[in-house]
Design a protein around this ligand. Structure first.
Ligand code: GRF
Length: 208
């Protein structure tokens, strides 16, 4: 049984996609131990509570400085004992000590085709604003392992999404969520739970 902790900051639509996939059997052999958010008002926490999953608020604002938060965040996760940490719309930088302790056991969903439109400052709606500004015709989403860089870890899966005439950032974000994020993240969790992928020399390979 793959035990996971899901980290969220906002609406939790990616968390909802995971919950729906667990219910429908598209994710097997997996259990959500807890959902953690830095945002006490995150709708994602309500989604967790609605499913009887422990909803924990852990924010840098609760600590005197970032290093104290980093230590507490890492210790809390270690105590929960997940096999995998899933960042689903989580907007807090992952502490280096957590990346080291959970090496190749943290995954993130990013709303672009990495290495395009990623890195510092590229999150949420800002990604889609930049995509439209640049005028690219295809965007998409990426699930990747988290390493010490920003959106630089080994890529697990990607899915392309057409940019359409008249798209606003909001319309494009929704299409990328529906056509890519909500498909890729549950599938990646199921692949990890069923040992279908492994990391070899920083590249994700299929085991099946
Ligand atoms: C989404 O754009 C996702 O790509 C990004 O965070 C945003 C909010 O996701 N990682 P959610 O609705 O909170 O899952």
């Amino acid at each position: 049984m793959l035990k996971i902790v899901v980290c969220v900051s906002g609406g939790g639509t990616n968390l909802q996609a995971i919950l729906d996939a667990l219910e429908s059997g598209r994710i097997t052999d997996t259990e959500i131990l807890a959902v953690i958010s830095n945002n006490p008002g995150a709708k994602a926490l309500d989604r967790a509570r609605d499913h009887g999953i422990p909803a924990i608020c852990l924010s840098p604002k609760q600590y005197p400085d970032r290093e104290a938060f980093n230590e507490a965040f890492t210790e809390n996760l270690t105590e929960l004992g997940p096999d995998l940490v899933v960042l689903a719309g989580f907007l807090v930088r992952i502490p280096p000590q957590m990346v080291a302790r959970f090496s190749n056991r943290i995954i993130n969903i990013h709303p672009s085709l990495i290495p395009s439109f990623c890195g510092v400052g590229y999150y949420g709606l800002k990604v889609h604003e930049k995509v439209l500004e640049r005028g690219v015709k295809v965007t998409g989403a990426t699930v990747h392992f988290v390493n010490e860089g920003m959106d630089e870890g080994p890529i697990i899966a990607q899915k392309a999404v057409e940019v359409e005439e008249g798209d606003t950032p909001e319309i494009l974000q929704r299409r990328v969520m529906e056509q890519a994020e909500w498909i890729l993240l549950p599938r990646a969790i199921d692949d990890i739970a069923n040992k279908r992928i492994r990391v070899v020399d920083n590249v994700v390979r299929s085991c099946s």
